[in-house]
Design a protein around this ligand. Structure first.
Ligand code: AVI
Length: 358
């Protein structure tokens, strides 16, 4: 199996130092915050897998159904003899649908997952290699932005996958910058397949992030567990409450950890304590929801255009195929918002693409 597996650990991308620095910075702010990318150590990745299986958490199931129904159409639209690059691969379960479709069409496939959770990704890679003989895997253990630069030079057209509405966890500027970074790496024949969570009724959104079993709360508190384990923190998990409201003005779910009472938390590694008033919150995650139009506005400055998209029958989730447009068109679209919309929402998306399964 080894000759089919390469592992690239990007130096500095996953250092404990980073958790140390972001904790000190984030807990020193007037509005305390911790970045959501630190949810995903081995325990956090397992919790996230559990979230994906929750009855309330519709995104994974819905996206999976869209992929199951339309994988062939997606791959046919994306090009020939493709290499698959995936950001935030997790357990790669949805990717299997695409891998299988690709292996039906081409003799071999090179798959390059990029994930911050090194051990979890390595394990997923081994399982994939066991299951698919004609697959070669290059696992890249890194944050997305570091991972992009660690990619080997392409020898065939690439399909970049960014599934699960992972992009929704970026703020607008970060999302735009990330799309721009991918675009800068793209050849004209490369494509991006991206999953986005669509705006819908508030009660459905909030239920997905406030599950009855408390798995999302445990996932949120995993940040405190990590600070306790890795930085010698003394967070009492029962003294913080998970909250996840939908903020309509921002079209996003926000996750917070709210201090139950006034308390001071020492963190040995930082040689300092952090004071919390009763009700004071740590903002831990944003999960943005989009319309096809608002997402198009995000893509246009990065010179990416929607070539096709697929949704479910309730329009809860969408998978979009993005193609690069010439950089020179950027200046005209960014100056003219109306041009952005016409540039990125395909006026000619056929209804059979928009309504998978017909
Ligand atoms: C990974 N990401 C797209 C998830 C989301 O829905 O924003 C993370 C998550 N947070 C709470 N539940 C799931």
């Amino acid at each position: 199996m080894n000759d089919r597996f390469t592992f690239i650990d990007v130096p500095g991308s996953r250092l404990q130092q980073k958790l140390c620095a972001v904790t000190e910075e984030g807990l020193s702010k007037p509005h305390k915050e911790l970045p959501s990318r630190f949810f995903y150590d081995a325990a956090g990745s397992v919790l996230f897998e559990q979230i994906c299986a929750l009855p309330e958490y519709y995104p994974t199931r819905t996206e999976h159904a869209i992929l199951a129904r339309s994988a062939r159409e997606m791959i046919d639209s994306a090009g020939k003899d493709l290499t698959l690059v995936e950001f935030g691969s997790g357990s790669s379960s949805k990717t299997r649908l695409l891998i299988e479709t690709l292996l039906e069409r081409q003799p071999a496939l090179h798959y390059l997952p990029i994930d911050i959770s090194a051990d979890f990704m390595r394990q997923s890679c081994y399982t994939l290699l066991d299951d698919y003989e004609r697959l070669a895997v290059t696992g890249i253990a890194a944050e997305y932005s570091d991972g992009i630069h660690a990619l080997p030079a392409p020898d065939s057209p690439r399909l970049f996958l960014f599934l699960g509405s992972n992009i929704g966890n970026f703020d607008r500027d970060e999302a735009e910058a990330f799309l721009r970074r991918i675009r800068q790496q793209m050849q004209p024949e490369d494509r991006v397949l991206i999953g986005i969570d669509l705006i819908k009724e508030r009660s459905i959104l909030t239920a997905a992030y406030n599950d009855h079993a408390g798995v999302t709360a445990a996932f949120n508190k995993n940040l405190l567990v990590r600070i306790n384990n890795e930085l010698g923190g003394k967070f009492d998990l029962d003294a913080f409450v998970h909250e996840a409201p939908y903020i309509e003005a921002e079209s996003r779910i926000e996750m917070h950890l709210v201090s139950h009472h006034k308390q001071s938390i020492p963190i040995a590694y930082l040689e300092q304590s952090f004071a919390f008033t009763a009700g004071e919150r740590i903002h831990t995650e944003n999960s943005h929801k989009y319309t096809l139009g608002s997402f198009g506005e995000l893509c246009a400055p990065a010179c990416l255009k929607t070539e096709a998209y697929w949704t479910d029958e309730r329009n809860w989730f969408a998978v979009l195929l993005l193609k690069p447009i010439e950089m020179s068109r950027n200046s005209s679209t960014t100056k003219n918002p109306a041009a952005i919309l016409t540039a990125v929402i395909p006026t000619a998306v056929s209804s059979d693409l928009a309504q998978p399964g017909e």
